[in-house]
Design a protein around this ligand. Structure first.
Ligand SMILES: [Zn+2]
Length: 476
């Protein structure tokens, strides 16, 4: 009896508050403006599926290009630092010259449309094409103005009360070929189409002995040093915000040897720096090269996982729909990303209902705590998947850990808060307590080291309690 009284005195007030917040939340569930006001104030654990260049808004890229008076190709809308005698000088203009002629607004609108889904016109381009093409438009600006971009991302996260971002920042490449003997390169070539796992793993082991050379070490050291210097110089972390990075390999490369080199370089970098907490694979999964080489890609991740077991892996997998690819392509990507690619988290996982062993897979994800990174705005725009077409309910029914993320907030013109609004307004089966668990999952399933994870989780829990008290005071 004494224990019960003690429990009531200690936890009773929190339980009453949480219960009242739940009641308030159900009252506002059908009002998106009120949900926005609610979730904007809610402390958020993390954004774990977050691409650096796609998270910066087009306005920022434009302002930087204008401030630095870069050249604009008025026909292709390509932006350049300098133009050479090889360029057709007539079609290039300095942005400030266009401004003084009163023509800048017209080009600004065109660039905004090219670099994001702003005023998207479905008559002109398919949504997936519009989305993925955006990156070609601003990629050089993203590299050049990374300080502005990262500051914007950090400041926005703080405004949204998000404590942690795991940012897919950049790829790391080793462009110097290894001194691998031709006979071994011939064996490597056979691996690209082989499903014989033993042969592929054995050959990759032999290849690594040659590839683990001074050129690769130089590429790794210089990449790690760049990331660490940038992170320190920009003072990214402080008492209320933490950022860590994932490096990644692009899955559309039609050169499996370069792909292998890039994955090996990624893992070597992540093993070397505590700031690089994971490795990913990205770019359109429906690309013909990505589909053709999927098995080989997963085999390389499998090899690297054995070589660097301390490096965490999250893989974009199942960002596909019926119609976008042949039905047979929908049957195995998530399963293979986990069982061959050794993924600890799955990015998107939209086609899970099509997987051949769907229920075994969902049970496995639940039992092994393999989280799915859900990106509602992204799936709606790129794939046209929303409402009951989205498998979020399926994952939840099987107890798969869910995290909510923004993917490319800049290109998609959204933010993390809006993902919570979409979740609450579209999926009434998720109670406030369920959404709170999804929020906490952002820290639980991050690739942070254990001490930081524990600290951030404790802070988040206490901030959520303060938020609930504040909400109740506002609604009185
Ligand atoms: Zn993504």
């Amino acid at each position: 009896m004494r224990k019960i009284i003690l429990w009531i005195l200690t936890f009773g007030p929190f339980w009453v508050e949480a219960q009242s917040v739940q009641d308030h939340f159900e009252k506002i569930r059908n009002n998106n403006a009120m949900l926005t006001a609610f979730f904007a104030q809610m402390p958020k654990g993390a954004d774990l599926h977050h691409h650096y260049s796609g998270s910066v808004y087009a306005e920022t890229y434009f302002e930087e290009a204008l401030k630095n008076n870069l050249f604009l190709n008025r026909e292709t809308l390509e932006i350049k630092d300098t133009i050479s005698s090889k360029d057709n000088q007539i079609i290039y203009s300095r942005l400030k010259d266009l401004e003084s002629k009163g023509e800048l607004d017209k080009y600004r609108e065109q660039l905004m449309q090219k670099w994001s889904v702003w005023h998207y016109n479905p008559q002109q381009m398919a949504p997936e094409e519009r989305f993925f093409n955006s990156f070609f438009g601003f990629s050089t600006l993203a590299k050049k103005f990374y300080a502005t971009g990262l500051n914007e991302i950090r400041d926005r996260a703080k405004n949204e009360k998000c404590k942690y971002i795991e940012c897919m920042f950049s790829a790391v490449r080793c462009n110097t070929p290894s001194k691998t003997p031709q006979t071994l390169l011939d064996s490597m070539a056979l691996c690209f189409d082989s499903k014989d796992m033993k042969f592929v793993q054995h050959t990759l082991g032999r290849y690594w002995k040659y590839r683990n050379d001074s050129a690769l070490k130089l590429a790794v050291n210089s990449y790690v040093s760049e990331i660490e210097t940038m992170h320190k110089d920009l003072n990214i972390d402080d008492s209320i915000f933490t950022m860590r990075y994932q490096t990644y390999v692009v899955r559309t490369l039609n050169d499996p040897l370069s792909f292998t080199d890039n994955v090996l370089t990624c893992f070597s970098s992540a093993a070397k720096s505590p700031l690089i907490v994971g490795v990913n694979i990205l770019a359109p999964e429906h690309d013909p090269n990505a589909l053709k080489n999927y098995n080989y890609h997963m085999q390389v991740f499998n090899f690297c996982h054995k070589l660097f077991p301390e490096v965490s892996i999250s893989l974009h997998a199942g960002e596909l729909t019926l119609g976008l690819v042949k039905p047979e392509e929908l049957n195995f990507h998530i399963t293979d990303a986990i069982n061959i690619g050794s993924a600890k988290r799955i990015g998107h996982g939209v086609d899970v209902a099509h997987e051949t062993n769907r229920f075994e897979l969902l049970n496995q994800m639940s039992e092994q705590n393999i989280a799915v990174e859900i990106n509602l705005s992204s799936n709606e725009f790129i794939l046209g998947v929303k409402g009951s077409d989205h498998p979020i309910g399926l994952y939840s029914n099987f107890g798969v850990p869910i995290v909510l993320s923004s993917d490319d907030a800049g290109v998609l013109r959204t933010n993390l808060t809006h993902q919570y609004v979409l979740l609450a307004s579209r999926y009434p089966q998720f109670s406030y307590d369920d959404i709170k668990e999804i929020n906490l999952n952002g820290i639980r399933y991050s690739f942070l080291e254990d001490d930081s994870k524990k600290r951030l989780l404790q802070e988040l829990e206490s901030e959520i309690r303060e938020f609930e008290i504040r909400i109740l005071n506002q609604t009185k």
